[in-house]
Design a protein around this ligand. Structure first.
Ligand code: ACO
Length: 368
């Protein structure tokens, strides 16, 4: 259906749920997660503590940050034991598809144990799938580690530096929830039918995979590699727009100003680059591409408010942490699954079946 016939094909500005979980102010560029501004969370509050805030009031027990850390560690071990044997058969698939197939094997309950298993799954299974694709055996989780520290060790095989663990933790917090984005909406629609949390997580994974949503950061790396040097950025971008391509990592449905998550992640990339030799050249290229893209987009699409989004600096950060580009979306899911679970529970507790209507524009049948 053409957008102007209905004015609602993208559900712009439609309020489809009430939530206490997060607030996205697209005019002011402000993100609030579980009652705190993103700037006061990312790099300051550990992922486990943010999960405790998101889950508060949604389950029979309200786990403390320490209880989340312990339960999540135990769940990583349990998920690995249950699902690692099935991973080799899926290693030929992109990690996001292998992850979705493995998550479908988890129980589809509605309780806190199910929530922790789903929360643990991407942090354990994504590294297992990455290693299998590189011809290496998956590694067993360490229940005592933080979620971010364990995910990095499971991926690279080495204990990460404190700076790398802090950077991944800040990333997981930055992306853990973001209003009624496409994947969270999909998770809530599924929860509204009273299907279990596993079904909501699979819906979330499926929606996140697309390049207009969580699939963008891999192509950002292709763009940076294609540009190669700062002085080539403007010409490369002009040629991409001439072909009718979209620039991955730019534009957003809600933000009409800069996405605040981009700056949170850029700060994390800067901190990491200061600790890693050789990483600052890539950051300089990315900054040159960002400036050239904003310049070209403002000139060529003056009626659109297009700025950098979360995915641009996601690509830089996850690359610096050693994740392969085809696994970036699965790493995104490692953080966002917290939001999917919280929204699914919130909808189950407070919402109704989501069942909008469509306007029929097909052929009319003659009256009998
Ligand atoms: N590059 C070039 N043109 C763009 C871009 C872009 N990144 N984004 C929007 N536009 C143009 C489109 O071509 C379209 O113009 P047209 O109608 O003349 O063809 C118009 O602007 C659409 O603008 P909006 O209505 O603001 O965009 P919409 O809300 O439909 O889409 C979206 C938002 C999907 C994020 C879009 O900006 C996009 O495709 N960006 C690239 C992919 C990306 O980075 N996705 C990650 C988003 S963040 C996340 O989901 C975690």
């Amino acid at each position: 259906m053409a957008q102007d016939e209905c004015g609602c094909s993208g559900l712009d500005d439609v309020i489809a749920a009430e939530t206490r979980l997060s607030s996205v102010d697209g005019q002011r560029g402000e993100l609030i997660i579980a009652g705190a501004r993103l700037d006061d969370l990312a790099g300051r509050v550990p992922f486990e503590a943010v999960v405790a805030r998101l889950f508060a009031g949604l389950f029979d027990d309200a786990p403390s940050p320490e209880a989340v850390r312990a339960s999540l560690g135990a769940a990583r071990v349990a998920v690995f034991e249950a699902l690692a044997p099935a991973a080799p058969a899926l290693a030929s698939l992109p990690p996001m598809e292998g992850l979705r197939a493995l998550v479908a094997r988890l129980p589809d309950g509605d309780d806190l144990d199910t929530a922790f298993a789903l929360l643990a799954a991407p942090a354990v299974l994504t590294p297992a799938l990455i290693r299998l694709r590189q011809g290496q055996a998956p590694l067993a989780p360490d229940a005592a580690s933080s979620h971010a520290t364990d995910m990095l060790r499971l991926t690279t095989g080495d204990a990460p530096s404190a700076e790398a663990a802090a950077a991944l933790d800040a990333y997981l917090v930055t992306v853990c929830d973001h209003g009624l984005n496409a994947s969270t909406f999909a998770a809530r629609v599924v929860a509204s039918t009273w299907a279990g949390l596993g079904s909501s997580a699979i819906a979330g994974l499926s929606a996140l995979k697309g390049p207009l949503h969580g699939g963008a950061p891999g192509p950002v790396i292709d763009m940076l590699d294609g540009i190669g040097a700062p002085e080539c950025a403007a010409a490369w971008i002009e040629a991409a727009l001439d072909r009718g391509d979209r620039l991955m990592g730019f534009g957003h449905r809600i933000y009409k100003v800069r996405d605040p998550r981009a700056d949170a992640l850029k700060a994390a990339v800067r901190r990491l680059a200061a600790a890693q030799s050789g990483a600052s050249g890539r950051l300089a290229l990315a900054e040159a591409v960002e400036h050239a893209a904003l310049d070209v987009l403002r000139r060529r699409k003056p009626d659109r408010a297009l700025d950098v989004n979360v995915e641009f600096y996601t690509a830089l950060l996850l690359e610096a942490l050693g994740f392969p580009p085809d696994a970036f979306t699965a790493v995104f899911a490692t953080g966002r699954v917290a939001g999917w679970i919280a929204h699914a529970r919130e909808h189950r507790l407070t919402g109704r079946l989501i069942r909008p209507q469509s306007r029929y524009v097909g052929p009319r049948v003659a009256a009998a």
